[in-house]
Design a protein around this ligand. Structure first.
Ligand SMILES: *Cc1c(COP(=O)(O)O)cnc(C)c1O
Length: 362
């Protein structure tokens, strides 16, 4: 049996007519940037998240970068983020001129839980980026407590957590801004690149919108040294179609995760834990295994594709050699032991059963 790590086949089969129709609609309108599809997507995604404002941007990296810029984060500042996140979280900080500082995650949830934040704090700390990694919200009470104690901005990286909730509230709605990626493989994915910033603060939304559009206050009236980072009409239209089904896709992922959690029984594997006050949208189903590389090739030899998220911690990346950084044993352990199992809308019961059987025989 051959099982990919991720597949769009069933998802895109089911919405083929709607997607083709949407493309045709935009094509006939001949309006491709900053039109009604974007306006409506922004309104619908804000509604879905229960916030006042949403600004579509070019991708998730830009969403974080522009949100930090809009808050005035820059040279001389430090921004705290989890050591085990995807590289883009750190790049967004670096591009503002600020310095990324790492905090260790909780080994059970793989997420920020408040510990490690005080150690990472200095007089230069300006903001903290909780990342709702793998689809589970970080401990937002702990993060918000820490931030308010030190008067820090909070920019949430929600690139893996579309629809996930912490104590009944959607991720991205706790801090000053929530940043999303719509890269195709995310829980809500476009058919290309895309991103968004959500916020309840109209001034932040206005500034992110201006910064993503050359810094224009209005056309050809340039208020800031801006960038070009926009969500185009075609992608916004596709996202409007897919947003309607996001909860259904997430529910499917939850059923897959439930089977993995109930039926994988191998003492060599450590299964992920979900804290009681959160919902998990399972962007990634991450297990830990001391023999991770052997497990990965064992599965590959039997047709099951897996991925490591992420094999090299940011502070060990060649591009970040200039960073002075400490030691992060939890981050390091995740980098060397984490393996992500196939997880997507449409993976069949038979396929899940096959993967579970292989894992239990490992
Ligand atoms: C995907 C991702 C990003 C970057 O999003 P892009 O749209 O690929 O730029 C940022 N942070 C995390 C945690 C991600 O998973």
């Amino acid at each position: 049996m051959n099982i990919p790590f991720v597949s769009f086949e069933k998802m895109h089969d089911e919405i083929r007519d709607e997607i083709y129709g949407k493309f045709q609609e935009v094509y006939e309108k001949n309006w491709f940037i900053q039109g009604t599809e974007l306006e409506l997507f922004e309104k619908e995604f804000a509604q879905y998240s229960n916030v006042k404002e949403c600004v579509g941007v070019g991708n998730g990296l830009d969403a974080i970068f522009l949100a930090l810029k809009a808050l005035g984060v820059g040279k001389g500042d430090e921004v705290i983020l989890p050591g085990n996140t995807f590289i883009a979280t750190a790049l967004a900080v670096t591009y503002t001129g600020a310095v990324p500082v790492f905090a260790e995650p909780d080994i059970r949830t793989y997420n920020m839980d408040g510990r490690g934040l005080e150690e990472a704090y200095t007089d230069n700390t300006k903001a903290v980026i909780p990342v709702h990694l793998y689809g589970q919200p970080a401990d937002m009470d702990a993060v918000m407590d820490f931030a308010s104690r030190h008067q820090l901005y909070v920019v949430e990286d929600c690139a893996q957590a579309h629809g996930a909730e912490y104590k009944g509230k959607k991720t991205g709605t706790f801090g000053n801004a929530g940043c999303f990626s719509f890269y195709p493989g995310k829980n809500l994915g476009a058919l290309g690149d895309g991103g968004a910033v959500i916020t309840n603060d109209k001034r932040i939304a206005d500034k992110v919108r201006a910064l993503g559009n050359y810094g224009f206050r209005k056309k050809y009236d340039c208020q800031y040294l801006g960038h070009n980072s926009r969500l185009d009409e075609v992608q916004a239209g596709f996202l409007r179609v897919k947003l309607k089904y996001l909860d259904k896709y997430n529910a499917y992922r939850n059923r897959v995760a439930k089977r993995y959690l109930q039926e994988i029984k191998n003492p060599r594997l450590t299964l992920p834990q979900t804290a009681a006050d959160r919902t998990h949208v399972w962007h990634i189903f991450a297990v830990l295994c001391e023999e991770r590389d052997r497990l990965q090739s064992y599965l590959a030899d039997r047709g099951v594709m897996t991925v490591c998220h992420y094999p090299i911690p940011i502070y060990e990346q060649e591009a970040y050699r200039f960073l002075e950084s400490g030691k992060y044993p939890v981050t390091k352990r995740i980098a060397s032991q984490e393996l992500s199992l196939p997880m997507y809308y449409g993976i069949t019961d038979e396929e899940i059963g096959y993967i579970i059987r292989l894992l239990n025989e490992f």
